[in-house]
Design a protein around this ligand. Structure first.
Ligand code: GAR
Length: 219
């Protein structure tokens, strides 16, 4: 049997998606192993979550670096030094340089709380409410140099109800993220998922559109 794929998770804050990825690993240790967690914020709660799970953590504080390039180079040295096969951005709130994203092209995933290409950037839940949208959700995509712009692998739809506010909607999206992200990480670890010529391939099929799912439930 192949050994589990080594992955690194990059965070900036709470790390609830990191937790979901760790919990999934504990249930299915054969697929992937979170070998390293890096936070650009030393006080991120996600660091404590990783330490509790016995995972190596590094705080690489971006405020100690003169520019984006030197910060990204420091992260790259650690990631390459640890020999990870996949980088998972989970609430990592830093813009990455083109050099960094090219270096890991096809080996880096991001989760974003909107139905991309709608609402790149911040405050996605409030912006969906303000626009009167009836559908919101999340997107998981390969990372390319364009911010929140890489080819989308999967979207989960979250209907907006009449009485939703920013918090209730954020909670609903988060709940779906926690099921969807470990699933897609597992697809990659099982070598079912690939980026080729800027297109997503799943199970040897080139996806014309992202996989669209509704209402995922925890295992
Ligand atoms: C998640 O909702 C994720 O989609 C979002 O940050 C949150 C992190 O939560 N990411 C982005 O907005 C990236 N552009 P978590 O720290 O609890 O996993």
């Amino acid at each position: 049997m192949n050994s589990p794929m080594k992955i690194a998770v990059l965070i900036s804050g709470n790390g609830s998606n990191l937790q979901a990825i760790i919990d999934h690993q504990h249930k299915h240790p054969e697929h992937y192993e979170v070998a390293l967690v890096i936070s650009n914020r030393p006080n991120a709660y996600g660091i404590q979550r990783a330490q509790k799970a016995g995972i190596k953590t590094l705080a690489i504080d971006h405020t100690n670096f003169a520019d984006r390039t030197s910060f990204d180079q420091a992260m790259q040295a650690e990631l390459d030094g640890h020999g990870v096969d996949l980088i998972v951005l989970a609430g990592f709130m830093r813009i990455l340089t083109e050099e960094f994203t090219q270096h890991y092209l096809g080996k880096m995933l991001n989760i974003h709380p909107s139905l991309l290409p709608k609402y790149t950037g911040l405050n996605t839940h409030q912006r969906a409410l303000d626009s009167g949208d009836q559908l919101h959700g999340l997107s998981i995509h390969f990372v390319t140099p364009e911010l929140d712009g890489g080819p989308v692998i999967l979207q989960v739809l979250v209907p907006i109800e009449k009485d939703d506010n920013e918090d209730s909607l954020a909670n609903k999206v988060h709940e779906q993220e926690h099921v969807a992200y470990p699933m897609v990480v597992e697809w990659f670890a099982e070598q079912r998922l690939e980026l080729k010529d800027n297109q997503v391939w799943l199970d040897q099929n080139c996806l014309q559109d992202p996989v669209i799912l509704n209402d995922l439930h925890p295992e």
